[in-house]
Design a protein around this ligand. Structure first.
Ligand SMILES: Nc1ncnc2c1ncn2[C@@H]1O[C@H](COP(=O)(O)OP(=O)(O)OP(=O)(O)O)[C@@H](O)[C@H]1O
Length: 207
């Protein structure tokens, strides 16, 4: 499903990682750990096809993303990946439900019933009509997770998804993200500093 082959990346003279290889099947989880500046965000951006591959290759469903034109890649990305960041990046002028539907609009397939089902699964159906500024930080992040999974992506990429939340909310979002992804057969790659939260999960450690 995802294959990473001999991936190396540097910013100028500064090498971040070298000859990184791993693969992931549907529904598998991998945690990227490493100190600040080790390249966790950079690796996630490469996996999402948002950064130019310098050396090595990344394959989505057996097909390389290296050197693909931006338009084709953007279309593939919409279906293949969902992204969650530390900040929710919800659209302030849209309601909770409308925010969840955004990936559907972009992919040309909006299913309001599925959006409401996702809202139900994250426990926020009764807040469907509210805008982000009327929601708590944890609620906004739950919506960001649902939005990322709307197109039933093969791979969910999450960069410090619980980094701005308190412990209780962090644990809740974490459990929710994994169980929703598992239900959809979506593989998950999470970069985090929070080793407590991810104990026991398969990891990839950057130096
Ligand atoms: N566009 C860029 N140009 C030059 N250097 C960059 C650029 N983006 C990031 N870097 C550097 O690359 C290194 C890795 O950055 P990255 O954000 O991938 O690390 P990280 O492991 O996610 O860090 P953190 O845990 O602090 O978020 C850092 O030293 C950073 O300053």
């Amino acid at each position: 499903m995802l294959e990473v082959c001999n991936l190396s990346f540097s910013y100028g003279e500064v090498g971040l990682f070298q000859n990184l290889s791993f693969s992931l099947n549907s529904g598998q989880v991998r945690v990227i750990l490493g100190p600040s500046g080790s390249g966790k965000t950079t690796l996630l951006h490469l996996l999402a096809g948002l950064l130019h591959i310098q050396q090595g290759d990344i394959r989505w469903l057996g097909q390389s993303i290296r050197g693909q034109n931006e338009e084709t890649l953007a279309q593939r990305r919409l279906r293949f990946t969902g992204l969650v960041f530390q900040h929710h990046y919800l659209q302030a002028e849209l309601t909770a439900l409308e925010n969840i539907l955004v990936p559907g609009y972009l992919a040309g397939a909006v299913d309001v019933a599925w959006g409401r089902e996702l809202l139900h699964r994250i426990g926020l159906l009764e807040r469907a009509h509210l805008r982000p500024n009327a929601l708590s930080g944890g609620e906004r992040q739950r919506i960001a997770v649902a939005r990322a999974l709307y197109n039933r992506p093969k791979l969910l990429l999450a960069d410090e998804p619980t980094g701005s939340l308190d412990r209780r909310n962090a644990e809740r979002i974490w459990a929710l993200m994994l169980s929703l992804a598992q239900d959809l057969g979506t593989a998950v790659i999470v970069a985090t500093h929070d080793e407590h939260l991810v104990q026991g999960l398969p990891e990839l450690r950057l130096a």
